[in-house]
Design a protein around this ligand. Structure first.
Ligand code: CA
Length: 224
């Protein structure tokens, strides 16, 4: 189990590192928000301890950006301020829990164990709706037991829709996720790729109900 610590207080980092290693976690460290984000995107951690006040990029931003990239690694926010807004903010941007500094190591371990236990039972690597399954570890999508080859763009689009199934996702969010925030559509790219995706996951399974629906004036929704 690998844990990433994103924290700029070296003294605290050393204490955490030593304690976590003693509990047999492997530990990686980033001392600012940018480095932390970079590491969290590139590696597969079991959990992230994320400080809020960080150089270069604060913890809220790091957390929000990770979730926007569909990185669902559990996050415990570390806050020195301990005010209510921090807590609300942290959970708003997609953190799983928070700890107010100074905290005891036993408290920290208990939270880590609770989150990892929760994760194990809900399996964040598997997303499912009706007979459609996405296995994020294998990077594989199947419907009615049949594996569906998707292009990277189609996979990304489906990933956002599936992570938020039942919710109308606006066009910009889909574009941001599949192409990046600077992308400007010139040839109706989103509709084109959604059409490909529909062909593969809906039209090809005429015995199953269609899952991708257009929400006029907004974007698309994945639902039964
Ligand atoms: Ca700090």
């Amino acid at each position: 189990m690998a844990i990433l610590i994103i924290e700029d207080e070296k003294k605290l980092v050393n204490i955490l590192k030593r304690a976590l290693k003693r509990e047999r976690y492997s530990v990686d460290v980033a001392y600012d928000g940018e480095e932390g984000l970079d590491k969290a995107m590139k590696n597969n951690y079991s959990l992230i301890l994320l400080d809020i006040m960080l150089p270069k990029k604060d913890g809220f931003t790091v957390c929000r950006e990770l979730r926007a990239h569909q990185i669902h690694t559990p996050i415990i926010m570390l806050t020195a301020r301990g005010i209510v807004e921090d807590r609300v903010n942290g959970l708003d941007v997609g953190a799983d829990d928070y700890l107010v500094k100074p905290f005891g190591l036993n408290e920290l371990f208990a939270r880590i164990r609770a989150i990892l236990r929760r994760r194990k039972t809900s399996d964040p690597d598997i997303a499912k709706i009706a007979d459609l399954i996405m296995d994020r570890k294998k990077h594989e999508v199947a419907r009615a037991g049949k594996v569906i080859p998707l292009t990277p763009k189609e996979y990304k689009l489906l990933d956002v829709l599936l992570s938020n199934h039942g919710e109308a996702i606006n066009r910009r969010k889909l574009i941001d996720h599949a192409w990046g925030p600077d992308f400007k559509e010139t040839n109706n790219e989103l509709n084109v790729h959604i059409r490909y995706l529909r062909k593969k996951i809906d039209d090809a399974f005429s015995d199953s109900k269609p899952l991708i629906h257009t929400v006029r004036g907004v974007g698309f929704v994945l639902k039964e």
